[in-house]
Design a protein around this ligand. Sequence first.
Ligand SMILES: NC(=O)c1ccc[n+]([C@@H]2O[C@H](COP(=O)([O-])OP(=O)(O)OC[C@H]3O[C@@H](n4cnc5c(N)ncnc54)[C@H](OP(=O)(O)O)[C@@H]3O)[C@@H](O)[C@H]2O)c1
Length: 341
Amino acid sequence: MTNLSVYEPAMRRALELAALGPAYGVNPQVGALILDKDLNVLAEGFHKGSGTPHAEVDALSKLTSVPEGSTAVVTLEPCNHTGRTGPCAQALIAAGISRVVYATKDPGNDSANGAKTLSDAGVEVIFGVLENEAKEQGRVWLTAMEKQRPFITLKWAQTLDGRSAASDKSSKWITGSAAREVVHLRRSQLDAILVGTGTVKYDNPDLTARKPDGSRYEHQPLRVVVGKSELSPDLRVFNDDAPTVQLKTHDLNDVLSQLWVRGIRHVLVEGGAEIASEFIQQGLFDEVLIYQAPLLLGGSNVAVTDIGISSMADALKLEFVEIKQLGADLFIRAIPVEGEK
Ligand SMILES: NC(=O)c1ccc[n+]([C@@H]2O[C@H](COP(=O)([O-])OP(=O)(O)OC[C@H]3O[C@@H](n4cnc5c(N)ncnc54)[C@H](OP(=O)(O)O)[C@@H]3O)[C@@H](O)[C@H]2O)c1
């Protein structure tokens, strides 16, 4: 029986490499190492985005030949299909790799089963080294592939009494600059930001990803406005700073399908309360990010309205996975408890 822990240092490094690739786009973040028979590192690689070599091929490209008995350590099961690049399982076999160690299985319809191709070709395959860490790092892409819809992050800023806007409907700025900085960075790492037409009318937000000095991040997510209202083209969301689409429907599954076809794998739902509540009621969310300010506003503009629950026994159960202080505010990340949605 192989002791999996001998591959953990290399897998930890592969996860670090994976994180260097873009977090947005249709492809996952993947890192890979090639080790010699004594587990010394021969080459490193990672995936730099759609259309560029996969991590295994990137690592192999740095070697003129692969010594006998070499091992490839990869954060994701090597792919088995020809997309914009060739199948990694074949590339590893052709290079003469003896053993492949990977962390998580590939749930993709087209890309999965690389492990079987490898073992059919006589390559030793070891699965599950640092699997939990790799699943956490790859949660957006893995979830999107499993559910065949974009990963949905719901985000709102609220006061201590759970209000997301004042009675005049203003909500700028509930939280301070530290929280806003983190939100903008997060926006720059995903595919789309979605809001209801109400938010566009009341707030006239830019919905771009901006650095603290006001300049824009290189990657701007698609701005998605959902709702049937005719909106003035002069609203900021329609400026040239980032692409924008208005989807004139109330059917959220239709919205998600349209986004999927456009290559959106991670959507950030930024409100307002009406549309966020619909996502919750329909079980269409994978995580909730709350930026909690030490303010009290009172009034009726609650962060979440009716989600079809009338009794405590039916409350949706989430668990906190991250809690952090950001300046004067608190950041909370919570995910639905498995089987509760
Ligand atoms: N604190 C925060 O984090 C935060 C974030 C965002 C907004 N806000 C505040 O929230 C307020 C705006 O929120 P809101 O709740 O009034 O508006 P909203 O949720 O932004 O937009 C609601 C509109 O979305 C459209 N829509 C599309 N699909 C829908 C669906 N499935 N269900 C329901 N509506 C759908 C409808 O418009 P059509 O009639 O056009 O179809 C609906 O009237 C503002 O005061 C804003 O300042 C706060």
